[in-house]
Design a protein around this ligand. Structure first.
Ligand SMILES: Cc1cc2nc3c(=O)[nH]c(=O)nc-3n(C[C@H](O)[C@H](O)[C@H](O)COP(=O)(O)OP(=O)(O)OC[C@H]3O[C@@H](n4cnc5c(N)ncnc54)[C@H](O)[C@@H]3O)c2cc1C
Length: 390
């Protein structure tokens, strides 16, 4: 498809046609529960206690939040979701959700699992990207430290980290795929930026294979994207960048107060939105050397990108631009973009239920903290249930 057309995010028939009546009713119930902050607070607390005392919680979590936000316990179990998405033109980004891994054995195991996602995606058009979190491949204290102060054993551990990252990037390039490097907390991000830039410089010579992530709630990120693009231009590599607003705002602000340094986060949402919009425009203005991955559930941001593409005569299916949302969230955006021919992909987190719990708690909290968006999603789900009843 090369003709541009703007999506209609209110089209509930297209938004939910991949869901059975039963699934859509489950979604409605879940979003109703998530719209009550007190319930999410108590639920999150109970889940944390249950995890701590090793109380079995799978029976409660699996048919509810897990079914909504995760693909399955492993890649094979996620197949059904991958297929379902692809039937509606939505591609998958398998996201192995391992958090709090620490031993060298666990870090190696995470690396092997990510390599499996790359293998699964190879020559399979249902997959769009691979993805990894650098903290899943390295101890956090190493990421936090300046490498010039490493001890001999830290130096060895760091070399193992770089080997893991490099094996993921090299396998992706070899498989003809693309890989996203997630962004994390500011105190880890300087090392992550350095790794990401080194990998882009090595693997993005012909096409964008490696994508770094910029969190636009940080007041230094717009400038960072500009300088990254000029460095890339000078040294002859293509930038791949995932733009997001950022997921760790409260944590960042709390730490800045506690340790008495200026908060790295914008003072208000309007400033974050401004920088997000400016970053999107910058990527579109430099599309020949900057590939854009737009990760947001914000309806206006998605529509603005569609409008900018239209104004600039960029085809909806230009593969230098990808839209993306998380599984179980913002289906009206994802599926209406896909129906209009845009490249759109869902993060599909997978992994054992217990290991996915921190991710699920974050999803529950995010859906509560963006009450307006949850209300909107609920309204659209209700409209679709009504429409189906005729
Ligand atoms: C596909 C995908 C990949 C993602 N990958 C990452 C990642 O690698 N790293 C990461 O950190 N996050 C990641 N996220 C999460 C993302 O950063 C946001 O937390 C989430 O998407 C909500 O932002 P929004 O643009 O969807 O929605 P919106 O509701 O428009 O924005 C909410 C966001 O705005 C910002 N914000 C809210 N209030 C304020 C305020 N008072 N002052 C300043 N800023 C404010 C915060 O970042 C908040 O999360 C990803 C999201 C998606 C969809």
């Amino acid at each position: 498809m090369s003709k541009n057309s703007l999506p209609d995010f209110n089209n509930t028939e297209l938004a939910f046609r991949h869901l059975s009546d039963k699934d859509i009713r489950r979604g409605k119930k879940l979003f109703q529960l998530l719209s009550r902050p007190w319930l999410v607070k108590i639920g999150s607390l109970l889940a944390r206690v249950a995890l701590f005392v090793k109380f079995p919680i799978g029976w409660a979590v699996r048919p509810t939040v897990y079914a909504q936000f995760c693909g399955g316990e492993d890649i094979l179990e996620s197949e059904q979701t991958i297929d379902l998405l692809y039937k509606s033109g939505v591609r998958t980004i398998l996201d192995y959700s391992a958090e709090g891994v620490d031993t060298e054995k666990e870090l190696d195991a995470t690396c092997s699992e990510i390599l499996k996602t790359i293998e699964a995606a190879s020559n399979d058009p249902r997959h769009a990207f691979a993805v990894f979190k650098p903290s899943g491949l390295s101890h956090n204290d190493l990421l936090q430290k300046d490498s010039s102060t490493f001890t001999a054993s830290e130096h060895e551990a760091w070399e193992r980290v770089i080997r893991r990252v490099r094996s993921i990037c090299a396998s992706t390039a070899e498989a003809g795929g693309r890989v996203l490097i997630d962004a994390e907390e500011t105190w880890l991000q300087d090392s992550i930026d350095k790794i990401a830039e080194d990998m882009m410089s090595d693997f993005n010579r012909e096409r964008a294979v490696i994508f770094t992530t910029a969190q636009l709630y940080r007041h230094d990120r717009l400038e960072y994207i500009h300088s990254l693009a000029s460095r890339a231009h000078e040294s002859g590599f293509i930038v791949g960048v995932k733009l997001v607003r950022g997921a760790y705002m409260e944590k960042e602000r709390e730490r800045a107060v506690k340790k008495s340094y200026p908060s790295p986060i914008h003072a208000d949402k309007a400033a974050t939105d401004h920088d997000f919009d400016s970053a999107v425009e910058f990527c579109l203005d430099n599309l020949d050397r900057v590939n854009l991955f737009c990760g947001t559930h914000n309806e206006d941001s998605n529509m603005k990108l569609c409008e900018l593409m239209m104004q600039r005569g960029i085809s909806v299916d230009d593969d230098r631009i990808t839209f993306s949302q998380l599984l179980g969230m913002s289906d009206p955006i994802t599926f209406n973009l896909a129906a209009n021919g845009y490249h759109v992909a869902k993060y599909v987190p997978y992994g054992p239920i217990r290991e996915a719990m921190p991710y699920l708690i974050r999803r529950a909290k995010e859906n509560t903290s963006v009450a307006g968006q949850t209300t909107r999603e609920l309204a659209l789900i209700s409209a679709e249930i009504k429409r189906r009843k005729g």
